[in-house]
Every structure is written in structure tokens, then in C-alpha cells.
Design a binder for this molecule. Structure first.
Ligand code: NAG
Ligand code: NAG
Ligand code: NAG
Ligand code: NAG
Ligand code: NAG
Ligand code: NAG
Length: 769
């Protein structure tokens, strides 16, 4: 799987394709799914042994020996997911797939990994104080909620996980600290485990440096501290973003499950390790699981995150996932199962700016978090990388400032202009610095436009947008002696408008099930400051010898734990709320306006829509008091899968109950989701059903509809009177196109149930067929 902080998604191949194309007998690792266990939620030791024995017997019956089966199986999933992971010959895998007890066999594939000020931006704090309606107040900072993450592990010594002032670990916690040697948990970081057998089955035997839950990449420390890190004052990177760092649930307890390892060419997080991480987290008793990784969107029965998270949700655990960083192209959103909360990424009102002054007195705003300043406060000669090129490289190699492309004789003592792309920007800075440059201006090509990344460059650097880059090139052309000056980096707050959707944030439609809108919500995911590992540098490059306790990263990997932290607070406040209710309250209270009260924009400055932000931008304080909620049970999800055409075998992946009878009347569009999507509306009248539960005091709600253009929408009944808390009422939404209209495309509207105090909003999306 992929950590969703920006490296590209990888192509993934299915066993299906493999079986058809490959004839070579090589051993590979596979996941064999048998369905779900018949034992209950709290299996005894005997149950677990029996389940594992079943796995040995099954594989043994195919390969002829239980001993050999024991040798081949490296994970037996004996608690929630029923199955095992094993190293097998291709031919054996094919035979196993034919066994009557086997649901499916998949190759063990790799996936990739997809602060401070963001909590003030979200309104739970205010200049270090708490506004009267702060969810932090109500929920006592998420006290005693347990948040787990599946990620690259954790840096246990980080101050964000300091346990000063924490009481004893709750008795309900069944996990333990198995983080390896020199790894200590405490009363804040209450659990740690690592899962590397699936990774080893791909890369070969691992040495002792892999026997740890310690974070070697920084990603897991960053995400878990964003969800549940404690208060740390004076947190910053090179002085940038200085302030008190904290997670969404600052007093929550946290547990780290390391399932991601150094990236090999097919990812760094392998399915079999992810499944093992889920199994452990569910049994250990986490309340919230934060998953900032994934691959390309997959059908639920082929998607290990969808399968495993179903078992988590069945156990009352809310699972929050990143949407992916493959935007802004449509249809890129991943982690799309309806039982997940899927999170897109947007900006906050903070920038890290460095201004550029050109010799002609023009000023240009750039961004960076470089800790370096120009040697002397003066103008320096400016040179295009193309004009500084070594003779042995092509023009494009020089323009991109690739390794060995710049001639030190031409660059020495100058500010060099490099085009971003092809390699990491910090690596370009390294090339420029090696060649003797005093500074670097990074420009974007037209396609990257105004996508700016703030990075911990090794020399003074200003990343500027495409249009400003053209200005710089023109200026250089216009004079014999181009010169420029760069200011040191400054943290600017109160930037408007915000939020703006991040360009990289993966977009809908949901290509697996178009009638479930994904992502569900957007949250801060651009330039987020949070705790980091001290095992690697802030840039992750080996030439960078710096170590930092906090770092700034961007990605849906960063927005996901914001929602996990908010769910943590809600869990403290309402321990009984189901994962579906958590999602409902977060979605129906979301904002769809930016801080200047205009629509939330896309990075291209046009209006963003629900394909980018789902229900809108999270609004934590409001989420504490939603009025009405859309709840869902395990049975609803099973009916949803039946209605999507899953057969008995496929259903076994999700349910142990072979006697479960699918409701014939159930329609996919009727899943009681907090958003409404009609995938392909032609001339017919479509009626969809929903039900809302009152979680407030007795009240009468009236339906307010903003119909999507070209569609008429009515709600029956359009008044719902609740006489008590917990009461549920159903309603029908009737949608119809205006007559004689043949327009195609997606149109957006909204349904809001209102009692004057609460506005329970759901996006309406109609795809006109
Ligand atoms: C399935 O699991 C549940 C708990 O998850 C348990 O209560 C039930 O008895 C199991 N059903 C069957 C058919 O084994
Ligand atoms: C373990 O292997 C990695 C590469 O696979 C290597 O970089 C590291 O130095 C090794 N560590 C030990 C303790 O042998
Ligand atoms: C961060 O802020 C604190 C208090 O506001 C101040 O004492 C400290 O010097 C600042 N640190 C940096 C690196 O700017
Ligand atoms: C080109 O030549 C220079 C010096 O002659 C050398 O340092 C550099 O590595 C070479 N570049 C490439 C890409 O081979
Ligand atoms: C700079 O001048 C060169 C040659 O005079 C020309 O080819 C190029 O397009 C100019 N670039 C800009 C950005 O004006
Ligand atoms: C269920 O569907 C899968 C995939 O189409 C198929 O391989 C399998 O045989 C089916 N099982 C049953 C019981 O129909």
C-alpha cells in the first residue's frame, strides 16, 4: 500500500491477470481468504489454535504435508479475518484457489504511503485559548480514547507522546508493547507492534534493524501525533510554524502498528502485513484506526483495507482513511468502501513565504521552509540552469537541475533557476548547492501551475508558480546583468481564502460504486507541522544530515489523522456512537464555504465541488451536536454488498453468518448514507430512502432542498416530528429531471433538515445520463 503523502501510485497487478499470463513456477507470497470466523468477537485461546490448525490442514491437504504448510504460512489470520498468508508456488496457489473452503487468493501486493495551527483554523482553539463551544472542552481533549494507526511506526521518544500527567492504562486495553529492543511505551503510547513478514516475503531475509516498530521514515510519527499527540510548546522546523504542537485528541492514548517499510519498487506496505496489523489493532481494543495509505481503488472483495476494516467497523472501531494523492484527475479517489471515512486534503490559512526581489524592483512571492539564508543581505547574480549547463548533458537535464548537469564555474556564487519535476526538489537544491550556488529559485511548468511545495531545502530556496516563473525568465532575458535577492522564510497566518482544495487530493467520482460519494470530507493536509522521527532527515535524503523533532508534510496522509483526532474527541464524548454515526455527524455539520464566505476553491481558482470535498470541510465544534444522524448497521452494509451482486462466497469475506439472507428489496442507492448520489438519471422518477435518528432533544425538522440544476427534488414527508431522543424516522427523496433536457454531466445540490438550531446537511449529486 502507499502512504498518501505524495509519492506516485503504482500499478498493481491482480493474481487473476497473473494466473493467465505467467507460467513460470516461482515462489511468491499470497493471501488466501477463507471468509470470516465462526467464533465470536472474543475467541478463546482454543478457538485461535483451532482456526490456525484449520489453515495448516487446508494448505497441508493441497501440498501433501502439514509440516510443509506450517513452513509456508507466515501469518494465520485467526481472529477476525479468516485466512492466511503464505509463500507458495504459482501452481500451488492455483490449486489452493480451487479448494471449496477458499474464497479467493491474492498475491501479496505492495501499497504506498499516501500541527500546530490547523486546530486553531478548525476552531477548537483560539490564540491558545478555548472558544466556549470548543469540542476540546466538551470532550476533555479526547481523554482515554485509544487511537491506533497502521503506518511506518513511531518515534517513541517524541515529546508528542510524553505521558506526564497520564493515569494508569485502561483495563479494557488488551494490547502490549512489542516494539522491539530499545523501544519503550508509556501511559500515552500504550501499544506498539510491527509486521514485516509480508515485506520479507518480497525483499528476502531481513536483518535485526527490521525488528522494530521504530519509525525510520517519519510518516507514522507525523500522522499519529496529528491524531493524538500531546501538547508540545515551541514546536517548529527551523523556526517555521513555531507554536504549540498538538493532535486532534491531545489527551488520547495511542498505539502504533508498523506495517510500512522502506519502499521497494512495488511499494513499502504489503497487504499481508496490513491485514496482520488490522487483526492486532481490533483485538487490542483501539477505538479509532487511522490509515494513511492505499493503492488504486479496488472492488471491495479484492481490497484488503476494505475487507479488514469491515471487521473493525463490525467491532465498533471507526476507520478513517486518506483519499489518495492522485488528483486532480477525476475518478482517482481510493479507500472508497462505505464503512470507511474517506478524507480529502485542503489548505489552512498559513503560508511559509520567501519573497524574491528582482533587479528591476519587481517582487514575487514564493514558498519554502529552508533554514538557510543568503550569505550576505545583498543582490546576487541570477542564472538560468540552462545557461549554466555542463557540456555533457542535454538542455532538459540542465533545466531540471539533474545530478551532474550544472557547471560549477558558471553557477558559483549565483542564484540558479531550476524547473521543478522529474526528481525531488530538495535533490535539485543539493545539485545546485554542490555546484556552488548561493540560492535556488524553483519554477513550475504550465501543468504544475501554482502547485507549490514547501520543503526543507539545503540552500535558500523560493518555490514560485508558473506565471511568476515566466516573469523571472523574461527578466533574465531583458538584461545583461540579472540579479535577485531572497528574503528569509516567514510564517504568515490569516491567509485568505482558505481552505482551498489541494491539487493532489484524489477526486471522485467513486469508480467502484458511483452511488456512494467519495471522498466524504476534507480536512487540513497541506503544510502540516507534526512530530517526526530522528532516524532520518526532514527531506528523507541521505545527503541531508539534519535531524528535526517536527517536520512539515503535505498529503491526504496528513488530513486523514485530523479526522481521526476529531473522531477521538467524539468517542470520548459519546462512547456508544457507531462508526456510521461518527461519519454522519462529521459530514452533516461540514462547511462548504471558505473563511471569506465564498465557495471553497480548487487550486486552479475555480469553484470546487463534492467530488473534491465530499460533504465539505470538517467543522469539529459543530460535530459535537448534530441534531440528527444517519446510522448504519453491519446488516445494512451486508445488504448493500448483496445488492451489488456479491454471491455467497464473496459475502463470506465480510460475514461469518452463512444463514444471512439478503433483503431482496434493498437498493444500493438506499444505503442510509449521509450523502445522496444518483448515478445515472435519465427520464425516470427516482425515489430513494433514508432514515434519520434524533440525537438531540424533541424537535420538529423541516426539509430544505437546494435542487441540483435541471433536477426537481421533493422530500416526503418534508416535516419530521421527533418526540424523544433516539427516535428514528424515514423519508423519501424524489428526484426527476426537468422535461426535454438532454444535458449530460454532474450537477450538485443539497438537502438540509433544519429545526432552526441544527442544519443537518447532505450533499446531493446527480449524474445526468
Ligand atoms: C459470528 O460472529 C458473531 C460475533 O462477531 C457471533 O456472535 C456469532 O455467533 C457468529 N455467527 C456464527 C454463525 O458463527
Ligand atoms: C540491515 O540491512 C540494511 C539494508 O537492507 C542495511 O542498510 C543495514 O545497515 C543493516 N543493518 C544491520 C544492523 O545489519
Ligand atoms: C518560538 O516561540 C517561543 C514563544 O513564543 C519563543 O520563546 C521561541 O524562541 C520561539 N522559537 C523559535 C525558534 O522561533
Ligand atoms: C558531466 O561532466 C562533469 C564534469 O566534467 C561531471 O562532474 C558530471 O558528473 C558529468 N555529468 C553527467 C550527467 O555525466
Ligand atoms: C529569451 O530569449 C530567447 C532568445 O533571445 C528566446 O528564445 C526566449 O523565448 C526568451 N525567453 C523568454 C521567457 O522570454
Ligand atoms: C462467486 O463469484 C466469483 C467471481 O465471479 C466466482 O468465481 C465464484 O465461483 C462465485 N461463487 C458462487 C458460489 O457462485
Amino acid at each position: 500500500m502507499e502512504a498518501f503523502n505524495l509519492p506516485p501510485l503504482l500499478l498493481s497487478f491482480f493474481l487473476f491477470a497473473l494466473l493467465q499470463t505467467s507460467t513460470i513456477a516461482v515462489k511468491k507470497s499470497y493471501i488466501v481468504y477463507l471468509g470470516s470466523h465462526s467464533h465470536g468477537l472474543n475467541p478463546s485461546a482454543v478457538d485461535l489454535q483451532l482456526a490456525t490448525q484449520t489453515h495448516y490442514n487446508l494448505l497441508g491437504s493441497v501440498i501433501g504435508s502439514n509440516e510443509a504448510a506450517k513452513e509456508a504460512i507466515f501469518y494465520s489470520y485467526n481472529r477476525h479475518i479468516n485466512g492466511f498468508a503464505a509463500v507458495l508456488d504459482y501452481k500451488v496457489a492455483e490449486d489452493v484457489a480451487k479448494h471449496p473452503s477458499v474464497v479467493s487468493v491474492h498475491e501479496n501486493k505492495g501499497r504506498e504511503l499516501h500541527t500546530t495551527n490547523s486546530w486553531s483554523f478548525l476552531g477548537v482553539e483560539n490564540n491558545g485559548g478555548l472558544p466556549p463551544n470548543s469540542l476540546w472542552n466538551l470532550a476533555n481533549f479526547g481523554e482515554s480514547t485509544i487511537i491506533g494507526n497502521l503506518d511506518t511506526g513511531i518515534w517513541p521518544e517524541s515529546k508528542s507522546f510524553n505521558d506526564e500527567g497520564y493515569g494508569p492504562i485502561p483495563k479494557r486495553w488488551k494490547g502490549s508493547c512489542e516494539g522491539g529492543s530499545n523501544f519503550n511505551c508509556n501511559r500515552k503510547l500504550i501499544g506498539a507492534r510491527y509486521f514485516n513478514k509480508g515485506y520479507a516475503s518480497i525483499v528476502g531475509p531481513l536483518n535485526s534493524s527490521y525488528l522494530t516498530a521504530r519509525d525510520d521514515q517519519g510518516h507514522g510519527t507525523h500522522t499519529l501525533s496529528t491524531a493524538g499527540g500531546h501538547f508540545v510548546s515551541r514546536a517548529n522546523i527551523f523556526g517555521n510554524g513555531n507554536g504549540t504542537a498538538k493532535g486532534g485528541s491531545p489527551k488520547a492514548l495511542v498505539a502504533a502498528y508498523k506495517v510500512c517499510w522502506p519502499r521497494v519498487n512495488i511499494g513499502g506496505c504489503f497487504d499481508s502485513d496490513i491485514l496482520a496489523g488490522f487483526e492486532a489493532a481490533i483485538s487490542d481494543g483501539v477505538d479509532v484506526l487511522s490509515i494513511s495509505l492505499g493503492g488504486s481503488p479496488l472492488e471491495f472483495h479484492d481490497d484488503p483495507i476494505a475487507i479488514a476494516s469491515f471487521h473493525a467497523v463490525k467491532n465498533g472501531i471507526t476507520v478513517v482513511c486518506s483519499a489518495g494523492n492522485s488528483g486532480p484527475s477525476p475518478g482517482t479517489v481510493a479507500n472508497v468502501a462505505p464503512w470507511l471515512i474517506t478524507v480529502g486534503a485542503s489548505t489552512i490559512d498559513r503560508l511559509f513565504t520567501t519573497y524574491l526581489a528582482l533587479g528591476d524592483k519587481r517582487h514575487i512571492k514564493g514558498e519554502s521552509i529552508s533554514n538557510k539564508i543568503l550569505p550576505v543581505q545583498k543582490f546576487y547574480p541570477l542564472i538560468r540552469a540552462l545557461d549554466a549547463k555542463n557540456n555533457n548533458v542535454s538542455n532538459i537535464e540542465a533545466i531540471l537541475c539533474l545530478e551532474g548537469s550544472l557547471d560549477p564555474k558558471k553557477v558559483e556564487g549565483k542564484i540558479v533557476v531550476c524547473l521543478s519535476g522529474d526528481i525531488a526538489n530538495v535533490d535539485k537544491g543539493y545539485v545546485a548547492a554542490q555546484a556552488g550556488a548561493v540560492g535556488m529559485i524553483l519554477t513550475n511548468d504550465k501543468e504544475d501551475g501554482d502547485r507549490l511545495e514547501v520543503e526543507a531545502h539545503l540552500l535558500p530556496t523560493s518555490h514560485i508558480n508558473y506565471i511568476d516563473g515566466e516573469l523571472v525568465y523574461q527578466f533574465i532575458n531583458s538584461t545583461k546583468t540579472p540579479i535577485a535577492y531572497m528574503t528569509h522564510v516567514r510564517t504568515e497566518l490569516g491567509v485568505k481564502p482558505a481552505p482551498i482544495m489541494a491539487r493532489f487530493s484524489s477526486r471522485g467520482p467513486n469508480i467502484i460504486e458511483p452511488s456512494i460519494l467519495k471522498p466524504d470530507i476534507t480536512a487540513p493536509g497541506v503544510n502540516i507541522l507534526a512530530a517526526f522521527t530522528e532516524e532520518t532527515s526532514p527531506t528523507g535524503s541521505s545527503f541531508d544530515k539534519r535531524r528535526v523533532p517536527f517536520n512539515i508534510l503535505s498529503g491526504t496522509s496528513m488530513s486523514c489523522p485530523h479526522i481521526s483526532g476529531i473522531v477521538g474527541l467524539l468517542k470520548t464524548l459519546y462512547p456508544k456512537w457507531s462508526p456510521a454515526v461518527m461519519k454522519s455527524t462529521i459530514m452533516t455539520t461540514a462547511r462548504i464555504k471558505a473563511n471569506d464566505l465564498n465557495s471553497i476553491l480548487s487550486s486552479g481558482k475555480e469553484k470546487a465541488n463534492s467530488f473534491a470535498y465530499g460533504a465539505g470541510h470538517v467543522n469539529p465544534n459543530k460535530a459535537a451536536n448534530p441534531g440528527l444522524v444517519y446510522d448504519l448497521s453491519t446488516e445494512d452494509y451486508l445488504n448493500f454488498l448483496c445488492a451489488r451482486g456479491y454471491n455467497k462466497t464473496q459475502m463470506k469475506l465480510f460475514s461469518n453468518d452463512t444463514s444471512f439472507v439478503c433483503s431482496k428489496k434493498f437498493k444500493v442507492a438506499d444505503l442510509n448514507y449521509p450523502s445522496i448520489t444518483i448515478d445515472n438519471l435519465a427520464s425516470e422518477v427516482v425515489k430513494i430512502k433514508r432514515r434519520v435518528k434524533n440525537v438531540g432533544s424533541p424537535a420538529t425538522y423541516v426539509a430544505n432542498v437546494k435542487a441540483p440544476p435541471r433536477v426537481s427534488v421533493s422530500v416526503e414527508p418534508n416535516t419530521l416530528k421527533f418526540t424523544r431522543t433516539g427516535e428514528e424516522k424515514s423519508f423519501t427523496v424524489v428526484l426527476k429531471r426537468v422535461p426535454n433536457d438532454y444535458h449530460r454531466g454532474s450537477v450538485f445540490g443539497r438537502l438540509a433538515w433544519s429545526n432552526g438550531k441544527h442544519h443537518v446537511r447532505s450533499p446531493i449529486l446527480v449524474v445526468l445520463g
